[in-house]
Design a protein around this ligand. Structure first.
Ligand code: AMP
Length: 171
């Protein structure tokens, strides 16, 4: 018998089967019960949301969204002797409004919207732990040179995360 006439099971055959007939796939596909997407509210955020929503939909997962505001005192605290609390409150309110608009557009529940004050990487990690997210979705710019050496939020989120991190290419 010609070698080529033997029925072989190629990986492409397996790939053509529906998920419930693929060994192990069901388990993998239902891996993420909770997903956290982090957005800086720039125009790139829509791309991040589209990917996160698609994964949440495929996994039947609960989707949370976080936007972090960096305290003005981080940047100016030591240099300018002034009380930033009024401006900070104003920034917080605006961020909440912007996130609400964004979340509404993408259908994220009100209870799953988080505006937090702090360092993005730190707050994203901490909310992922708090919510029990199995996946964090962030945007990532193709950086090179000095910008790469300095690091990015996506890099910071990846390092030290206790769950999976998906860096969606944006920009
Ligand atoms: P960057 O490295 O700052 O260009 O940001 C890349 C990605 O990190 C963004 O697409 C977001 O997913 C996330 N990110 C950056 N800044 C924030 C922020 N303030 N709050 C939440 N996520 C952020």
């Amino acid at each position: 018998r010609d070698l080529h006439s033997f029925p072989t099971r190629r990986s492409s055959d397996l790939a053509k089967r529906p998920n419930h007939q693929r060994p192990g796939v069901e388990k993998v596909m239902s891996n993420y019960n909770k997903i956290l997407m982090a957005v800086d509210l720039s125009e790139d955020s829509d791309t991040v949301a589209e990917r996160a929503l698609a994964i949440a939909h495929n996994n039947d997962a609960e989707l949370h969204v976080i936007h972090v505001i960096e305290p003005l005192s981080f940047a100016y605290g030591g240099d300018i002797p002034m009380d930033f609390s009024g401006i900070q409150d104003e920034i917080h309110q605006q961020a909440e409004q912007q996130l609400a608009k964004f979340a509404l557009k993408h259908g994220v529940d009100e209870a799953h919207r988080h505006v937090v004050l702090g360092r993005p990487e730190v707050e994203i990690h901490s909310l992922a732990e708090e919510t029990g997210a199995g996946l964090i979705v962030v945007g990532s710019h193709g950086r090179y040179g000095l910008a790469l050496i300095m690091g990015s939020t996506a890099n910071g989120v990846l390092h030290g995360a206790n769950c999976d991190v998906l860096a969606v290419r944006v920009g």
